[in-house]
Design a protein around this ligand. Sequence first.
Ligand code: GLC
Length: 335
Amino acid sequence: MLKSLSLLVACFLMGCVSSSDAFQQQASLGRGINLGNSLEAPVEGAWGPKITDEDLVRLKKAGFNSVRIPTRWSAHALKVAPYTIDPAFMARVDHVVQVALAQGLVVVLNAHHYQEIDEAPAEHRERLAMMWHQIATHFADFPESLQFEIYNEPNTQHTAEAWNLTLAAALQEIRKTNPTRAVHIGGVEWNKIGTLKDLKLPPEDRHIIAQIHYYAPFHFTHQNASWVKGSTAWNGTKWDGTEADKEAVRRDFKAAADWSQKEQRPVFMGEFGTSAGVADMDAGLLNPWTAFIASEAPRYHLTWAYWEYQANFGIWDPKAQQWREPLKATLLGDN
Ligand code: GLC
């Protein structure tokens, strides 16, 4: 009795009683949206409109539970130690996070498009970890509805071996100030489901959410995407949702669910979506791929965030200042 009481006191002092477990933290993300092409552009505004407070009000009102905020910290920090983050940029991100949280949105704040680290992980690993040291310190007192994500889509030279070193270094810095905050970590090759198995995560850390991104079949979802070389050749590719098409998706989601079950860690689908090149979206028809992915994922205990809000894949048309209604209905139903 005494032993369990002292354990409870120790646990309380360490904060482990008050925090939700990773499965609750993952579930709280529900249906989310990426604020893409904003804070992860070289400078906010370079790739489209800046994020406004009204955007966050609008997203909450529409029925989204969470927002993922892609953020290019690497363009706003010193290149040499101590890698100080520009205070104006920190204040800007802080503002967007605060407004989102005030709306009752759960927030996933990441590091995005640090392309140099994918080319030369060993040279940039310490810089990413020390940027996380600063970000984690800054947001340490924020509620647990703020979640962190170490790095979007490690790829190229960021092999599984290199990425495991990178994530360990960053996680160590984060845990110094944020012992129970949910931290998202995806596998290499652009957060592919098949690379979850290569992740080396500290077994004792139970506040990790694994993250996957889903754009298969890529020639369908990325047709006519200006940033993907050769993608105009895929124009007109259809996804008809045949039984075979659906089975392929189910096989992928099952692989994620099996990994989750085996490792006892929740999985979040942090990105999925189709480019504006998918004609059905413009024609105002329901996009059957998006509808299927959004409705099928929860059957595999995946919560999700659509890519993205108001750029190429966007659910909101910033010029017309209106929702792309069919897409919104596809994602949120009658909300
Ligand atoms: C990844 C990239 C982002 C791109 C999206 C869809 O998140 O980082 O820039 O727009 O995938 O291709």
